[in-house]
Design a protein around this ligand. Structure first.
Ligand SMILES: Nc1ncnc2c1ncn2[C@@H]1O[C@H](COP(=O)(O)OP(=O)(O)OP(=O)(O)O)[C@@H](O)[C@H]1O
Ligand SMILES: [Mg+2]
Length: 210
């Protein structure tokens, strides 16, 4: 990616519709990646597992890395993701200082746990990262079943969004604000593994490939 330009991608849709399948495609060619891996599904994607921030920082010393940060089952995800975000800001300090330094990508499964729809507290850092992460060369990919449960400021900063099938009226309302009510209503009947991709005011069809 070109210096100064970063991506913030959101992937939304009900369980089993194909979100993680798309996410795994998107991260294939990324060579500096940290996944906030709540369901422990990214080790088999070639990621090395970190269970603490110390381990994460150690693995991130390599030139290229794919790290699955797997929080404890009893973690408070907002707090845990905050620690990961702080680690990324530290890793990317040379980039922020204007030195020749590569970008990094943070992917978050599942955003309604780690970036819930409330303001202040631990969620603030992810709002800040969404708004200022490009100064640190931080790309973001976030996944959630229900957009209405994800922090609205964070969602508002996304540069690219994939909407798979969803049925909850609150979610249809929220998505309708972005892609138009009629298009959002069509999400109720969208088959699995298909999505609407929204970017720069344009909507196009997306089909997952395996
Ligand atoms: N294009 C496709 N054709 C056939 N099967 C697919 C396709 N895309 C995904 N699948 C399969 O559908 C299943 C569910 O996909 P996936 O795990 O990506 O869903 P998800 O949206 O992440 O679900 P969850 O919210 O429960 O995590 C997987 O077994 C996956 O292999
Ligand atoms: Mg999934």
């Amino acid at each position: 990616m070109i210096k100064g330009q970063t991506k913030r991608i959101g992937i939304f849709g009900r369980s089993g519709c194909g979100k993680s399948t798309l996410a795994k495609q998107l991260i294939k060619d990324i060579d500096r990646l940290v996944v906030y891996d709540t369901l422990c599904e990214y080790e088999e994607q070639g990621c090395k597992v970190a269970r603490s921030i110390v381990q994460l920082l150690k693995l991130a010393r390599q030139r290229r890395f794919k790290i699955a940060y797997q929080p404890d089952i009893e973690s408070v995800h907002e707090k845990e993701l905050r620690k990961v975000a702080e680690a990324l800001l530290l890793i990317q300090k040379p980039y922020q200082e204007g030195r020749a330094y590569p970008q990094i990508t943070l992917m978050i499964e599942e955003m309604s746990l780690a970036i819930p729809n409330k303001t202040g507290g631990d969620v603030q850092i992810m709002q800040n990262l969404a708004n200022m992460g490009r100064h640190y060369g931080i790309n973001l990919i976030g996944i959630a079943q229900r957009p209405a449960n994800v922090n609205a400021t964070f969602r508002g900063s996304l540069t690219e969004q994939y909407f798979f099938s969803m049925v909850e009226p609150l979610d249809i309302d929220e998505v309708g604000k972005k892609i138009g009510r009629e298009n959002a209503e069509m999400l109720r009947k969208l088959p699995n593994h298909q999505a609407f991709r929204y970017s720069d005011g344009c909507i196009e069809n997306h089909f997952n490939t395996l």
